[in-house]
Ligand binder design. Sequence first.
Ligand SMILES: *[C@@H]1O[C@H](CO)[C@@H](O)[C@H](O)[C@H]1NC(C)=O
Ligand SMILES: *[C@@H]1O[C@H](CO)[C@@H](O)[C@H](O)[C@H]1NC(C)=O
Ligand SMILES: [Zn+2]
Length: 425
Amino acid sequence: MTSPLLGLLTLLLLQPLDLFAWQDYKDYKVYELKFQRVEDLKLIRKWSKENPLWDFIGPNRNETTIKVMIPPEEVNGLVETLSIYHIEHEVITEDLSPLVHSQRAENLKKKLLNPLPQIDVLAAFYTHSEINDYLDSLPERFPKRVQVKHFGWSYERRPLKVLTITNGDGKRNKPVILIDGTVHAREWISPSMALYIIQQLLDNYAENQELLEDYDWVIMPVVNADGYEYTHTDYRYWRKTRRPTSNPECVGTDINRNFDYEWGHDEGSSSDPCEDNYRGERPFDQPESQVLRDVMLHYNGRLNFYLSLHSYGNLLLLPWGYTSDFPDHYQDMMSVADAGAKAIVHSTNGIYSYGSTYYVLYPTSGDSADFALGVVNATVAMTMEMPAAGFLGFDPWVSQIERLVTESWVGVRAMAAEVIRRYPA
Ligand SMILES: *[C@@H]1O[C@H](CO)[C@@H](O)[C@H](O)[C@H]1NC(C)=O
Ligand SMILES: *[C@@H]1O[C@H](CO)[C@@H](O)[C@H](O)[C@H]1NC(C)=O
Ligand SMILES: [Zn+2]
């Protein structure tokens, strides 16, 4: 037997099968581009449309750099294009794979230390099915205080679950604080934050009981279940859903552009299935956005605070995303954001910007917070962009989880307290 074949056979025997699906980003490079003018940014947007494999990350408003992650076979094309247009650039990693490998190894190793379904939020990142098992384990531990509701299925038929947390006093129809996570698959700190909030309200009840006195909390840690599983099994930096589109080359829709309130504006979403902010063929053509819609509508009339957890940017984003106009009660929502930002700066010096999505981040159309305010009449609707961490911002190390979630909890707690104070039951 020739040795390459022997090598291959050994590989086949030794490797768990999922490694064949798993993209390790070998020789993927990351460039940072500096642009000077709005025209440069327009060019970058055009390249992004023309080259689905060039994964541009950013920029948020007022930033003058943007990162692009790119597979090895695309590098020459990118560099040539940048040179032709005199866009200043530097390569910030020649090969993403050591990072992706070591983060994966670290996470898998940490998880071996903890017997499921118990989870140690600060010690690892958990998959959708592990999170579901954990949610399902809670009613036994907190029979009077939690309820797990199964609201529907993802495209790939994963059960989408929502946890209701009360103080167990049996009072019905309290106003609700609704928190969702993992609308975007690669933003791994988001499900961790949702789980941390759950643990604060359950395991750390003594310190937080006033948050549950007149309000119930409803938490959906993973909205984009298929996309999120895919980031664990296949492709760490996936953002969208996993439903095929009209273009056989490009899978997935951006859930946060798929909601039916002012859906479909070209400034703020894309009609191109290959783009990361693809809005879908029609509003709510993704099962996951339908489920989140149904969760919101289920609490119609009681939804005092809707909070969607994303990363990254250190931003508290209010409606609207689709227009530069401001909604009614904008100043009231600003006061809530202000309470969160102030609490964070006092506790850690962490600086958050806050204001309307349109101004503070960039225009968005069909996002979930606009829907929560515009259709469901939530009293306060907000998207929280947690801090960047790791190499690309979405990829914190396990060792960074604690700092991120404890700081963010200071903000979420302060905002919840402000909502409860301003809008008593
Ligand atoms: C962006 O820059 C403008 C002009 O300098 C400033 O007024 C605005 O507050 C900045 N926005 C953010 C989110 O920093
Ligand atoms: C929200 O308020 C508007 C205006 O009062 C009303 O027409 C609409 O039915 C409300 N939405 C829901 C979901 O109740
Ligand atoms: Zn996001």
